[in-house]
Design a protein around this ligand. Structure first.
Ligand SMILES: C[S@@+](CC[C@H](N)C(=O)[O-])C[C@H]1O[C@@H](n2cnc3c(N)ncnc32)[C@H](O)[C@@H]1O
Length: 489
């Protein structure tokens, strides 16, 4: 009966007024939870529950059978499944050899609210079989660990950053308690924002668990990535933790040095594995925890405890330096300005997407610039409400940037000239600015082009310009080596 009830849930998923027609795939209707949200739709499509294929009842049963077979293939011994809150586990101390957990990622998904969609059907169909699980009209939400204040300030005013940090800490402390002394815990985590990581790291540091390893694993299906609009992550970090004794106090200057060395080695490995963009920075944070988490506490020379915010700032700087060196194929990162560095990294990290101010500012700070100061001054940083977007050449006007000697501004002007076939003006600009003969200038242009997707307008402009760069350079060098014509008296 329970399995049949899951089949009915599937029908509900394909039969709600939030289902739309699938314009591309073979299936007729897109199910309600195409992503973890209840979206607004303009219109809906009704599916036929008796259909033999797709959204119908027979498929729901077939799918269920497939999943049951799959899940049963791992062990002869049936598992015991219990339900309780992670922050107070009904097990004695030192009970488990291993704990594997996938906690909520800060405020990514409002799970409890979304699960009401299925809960109401399950309560009607099998509620009597599990009275203790379906005792309330809707799912219980008070103990759900998630930062929910950002979703709904009125209902969830108490579920802020501190609530999340405290409850995650309690859950990690529970893992520490129920784990055998030589046991192992694996914690999965993925979040784009610094806040999301800060709270998670602080909770882990306070739990008594020691993080011994952290690796990114690709966990997202390509179709789920909306990289162009929202710089989505493709991987989650798998953090391995143990119940060992911690080293006593670490001094920040020594730990910082250890961090630098450890991180540079780890970054080399991540880079060679092809981890890029937002995932690279997140994986770097994971690696940094391996060093930081070894100590009971880390203090500076004045005795103040150093927490995750400082760690994240340092990691940002180390990872940024490393990435810029690699993106520019070594050797030129010292020659480019902080603003250019920021531009290149932003494109690498987020492409052409707009990002939350805090996020962009984290990157900016690691490039030693303050966004709040720059968006008024620099032409290419644009603030749009709580978001930041970097303008490409196609979004700018030549006359607005004509007085700037910043590499990116000159590059954008050059690209605008190229687009309008103003070759003489482009040559003049390259000569006057001195960038025409600078290898770093072309490297930056090349790097941005390599980062951007094929359909990007900026990439097309860059590729067009770069295709003729050898001739341009020859012309610039030839002209500058020719003696200047003297004026006739
Ligand atoms: C990242 S999801 C895990 C998804 C799961 N790995 C899967 O593939 O379906 C985090 C889960 O933690 C649950 N959760 C939130 N607060 C909890 C608590 N206090 N105790 C137990 N689980 C909780 C959420 O309901 C959500 O299902």
């Amino acid at each position: 009966m329970s399995y049949l009830a899951l089949g009915l849930d599937r029908l509900a998923d394909f039969g709600s007024s939030l289902c739309v027609l699938n314009p591309t795939g073979g299936r007729g209707v897109v199910h309600t939870f195409g992503r973890q949200a209840l979206p607004m739709v303009w219109d809906y499509a009704e599916s036929n529950p008796f259909l033999k294929k797709g959204a119908g009842w027979p498929t729901a049963c077939e799918k269920n059978e497939k999943w049951i077979n799959h899940a049963s293939s791992f062990s002869e011994v049936p598992p015991t499944i219990t339900q309780s809150s992670a922050s107070s586990l009904p097990y004695s101390d030192n009970f488990f050899e291993a704990v594997f957990t996938d906690p909520p990622y800060y405020n990514n998904v409002p799970y409890a609210d979304l699960s009401d969609f299925f809960y109401v059907w399950l309560k009607r169909t099998v509620g009597n079989l599990y009275p203790e699980l379906f005792s309330t009209p809707l799912t219980p939400k008070t103990n759900e660990v998630a930062e929910m204040a950002g979703w709904d300030k009125e209902r969830y005013s108490y579920k802020d950053k501190t609530f999340f940090e405290n409850n995650l800490k309690k859950s990690f402390q529970e893992i520490h308690r129920v784990l055998k002394p030589d046991g192992i815990a694996v914690i999965v985590y993925a979040h784009k924002s610094t806040e999301g990581w800060e709270t998670m790291i602080n909770s882990l540091l306070d739990s008594g668990l020691i993080m011994t390893g952290a690796w990114p694993l690709s966990t997202e299906m390509a179709g789920r990535l909306r990289a162009n609009e929202s710089a989505a992550l493709a991987s989650s970090i798998y953090i391995v933790a143990r119940k060992m004794k911690r080293l006593p106090t670490g001094f920040y200057n020594a730990v910082g040095e250890e961090l630098k060395q450890h991180l540079n080695k780890k970054l080399e490995r991540l880079w060679s594995e092809g981890i890029g963009g937002a995932d690279f920075f997140i994986a770097a944070i994971g690696s940094a925890i391996e060093v930081f988490g070894k100590y009971e506490k880390v203090i500076n020379f004045e005795g103040a405890i150093v927490r995750a915010d400082r760690l994240l700032e340092d990691v940002g700087k180390i990872a940024t330096d490393y990435a810029v060196r690699k993106i520019l194929h070594n050797g030129f990162s010292g020659e480019i300005s902080d603003l250019t560095r920021f531009y290149v990294l932003y494109r690498w990290d987020y492409g052409e997407a707009k990002v939350q101010f805090d996020e962009a500012n984290r990157l900016a700070r690691s490039c030693r610039i303050e966004l709040a100061r720059e968006w008024n001054r620099s032409g290419f940083i644009k603030k749009e409400k709580e978001f930041i977007r970097l303008l490409g050449p196609q979004d700018r006007k030549s006359e607005d940037i004509k007085d700037s000697s910043e590499l990116i501004d000159v590059l954008h002007r050059v690209l605008l000239c190229w687009e309008k076939s103003k070759r003489d003006e482009m040559l003049e600009l390259l000569k006057e600015s001195g960038f025409g003969k600078s290898e770093a200038f072309y490297r930056v242009a090349q790097a941005i082009s390599e980062i951007l997707p094929n359909e990007s307008k900026e990439k097309k402009l860059l590729d067009g310009f770069l295709a003729g760069r050898e001739r341009l350079r020859e012309e610039i060098t030839k002209e500058s080596s020719m003696p200047k014509q003297k004026k006739l008296l």
